[in-house]
Design a protein around this ligand. Sequence first.
Ligand SMILES: [Zn+2]
Ligand SMILES: [Zn+2]
Length: 222
Amino acid sequence: MFDLIIDFLFPRFCIGCGKYGTDLCKKCYRELSIAEQICPECGIESSMGWTHPKCQKKIGMDGLIAIYDYQDKTIRGLIDGIKFDFNKGLIKAMLKYFRFETGIEFDFLVPIPLHYYRENWRGFNQAEEIARVIEKGMKVPTKRILIRERKTKQQSLMGSRKEREENIRGAFEIREEDKKLLLEKRVLLIDDVFTSGADMRECTRVLKKAGVEMVWGLALAH
Ligand SMILES: [Zn+2]
Ligand SMILES: [Zn+2]
């Protein structure tokens, strides 16, 4: 009954093909393009998403799991639906048949924080919502260890990689009460899209300086 009412008030249409009654139909789900795995430090293809040996740094990322290909129009539509329509159901729809077996035992999932004014306006951080879906499958707890400190310009308006990295430098801090939790821990950072990767690399830098041993990222798409 409840479903029926929701459907009546907000009719749902498949984001891929427009079919009535669902956010993502089975056919479109099967056709979603899976991402090629890349090295999170240089952005070039890398098997299983491991950071290339030549790109490894003490305070750099150890690897990245990117699930879908952001060039796929349906994927973009789904991610926009999560971000701008706050449709949490789309996260579940995208991850429905995934089993997260990573071979690495992570201690925490850590969502990349939004700046507080954006999160307040929406009351919704899509990275955290993604973590909440994944934590169930992985049986690893989500911890909001990071906070976003100062206002940064919209990344999409910035130019080179160097400019993006300078813009984001110092933007994240660790919650005081969580600092003691981090020594030799393994963290999986969660975000919706990995584009330049500047946010994830900066979060990694902050976490590793605080004693975290290993940092991987997981993004719905890149
Ligand atoms: Zn469809
Ligand atoms: Zn690399």
